[in-house]
Design a protein. Structure first.
Length: 229
């Protein structure tokens, strides 16, 4: 087995163990393989091992991989910061966007989504680490943004995404993920149908699964340490 196939199996085992510990079904959690900075060969190796959903942060790099894997039935998720001038490319080539943080971008994506494709599946990114991060809407803006995005015809609102402040302390990780879950629960209680909570990365997926994650976004634990040029 290739190293990537081994790593995928190990990550799936971590997800399953965390799910069982939390009394959840392992099938209720999807693994998104974050392939940013890794070459096409790494994506193909993961795809050959059965991995279907991939995440990318950079528009051009992502589009190149989407084009190179056309016909392989992979699912592509855009998870990075998105600027207005790149929204059309994302609307045309990706299946999901996790990083919606303002209505203006969502409106552009909705208009730019080609009519022959299914609606773009989207999550609202919520900033739960305050000053430490500039990405994501404020927690108290999330519900209104969800309401507005849910009405856009080119998009299908699925849920929330968050990147808490990194910490090695399991209790602190869980507290931050629990806060995201509370926002999610509150929005659902208001009658907005959400089914996706995108949270948890290589170092904190167990805490995220314990607090209700339905998609974990894993890069390093699958592909190895990234080298940024
Ligand atoms: C890079 C990245 C990940 C993956 O992080 P790892 O720590 O390598 O698992 C997940 N989500 C987002 C938004 C990222 O940018």
């Amino acid at each position: 087995m290739s190293a990537i196939a081994d790593n995928l199996q190990a990550v799936q085992a971590r997800i399953s163990d965390a799910a069982v510990l939390a009394g959840r079904s392992p099938e209720s959690i999807r693994l998104l393989a974050v392939s940013k900075t890794w070459p096409l060969a790494s994506v193909l190796e993961a795809a050959d091992a059965g991995q279907r959903a991939f995440g990318e942060n950079y528009v051009q790099e992502g589009i190149d991989k989407v084009a190179a894997t056309a016909g392989r039935n992979l699912e592509w998720h855009f998870i990075g910061p998105l600027q207005s001038n790149k929204s059309r490319a994302v609307a045309e080539h990706f299946d999901w966007v996790h990083s919606i943080e303002r209505l203006k971008i969502a409106e552009r994506l909705s208009v730019q989504r080609p009519a022959n494709l299914p609606p773009l599946q989207v999550c609202i990114q919520v900033n739960v680490s305050g000053e430490a991060s500039k990405s994501g809407c404020a927690p108290d803006e999330a519900q209104a943004l969800c309401q507005a995005v849910a009405a856009l015809p080119g998009l299908q609102l699925r849920g929330l995404m968050a990147i808490p402040e990194p910490t090695d302390d399991l209790a602190a990780q869980r507290a931050q993920f629990h806060h995201v879950w509370e926002i999610y629960d509150h929005i659902r209680a208001a009658g907005i149908p959400l089914d996706t909570l995108s949270m948890g990365m290589s170092h904190d997926l167990e805490a995220a699964v314990a607090e209700g994650a339905t998609i974990v976004r894993i890069g390093t634990a699958i592909f190895g340490e990234r080298n940024y040029r």
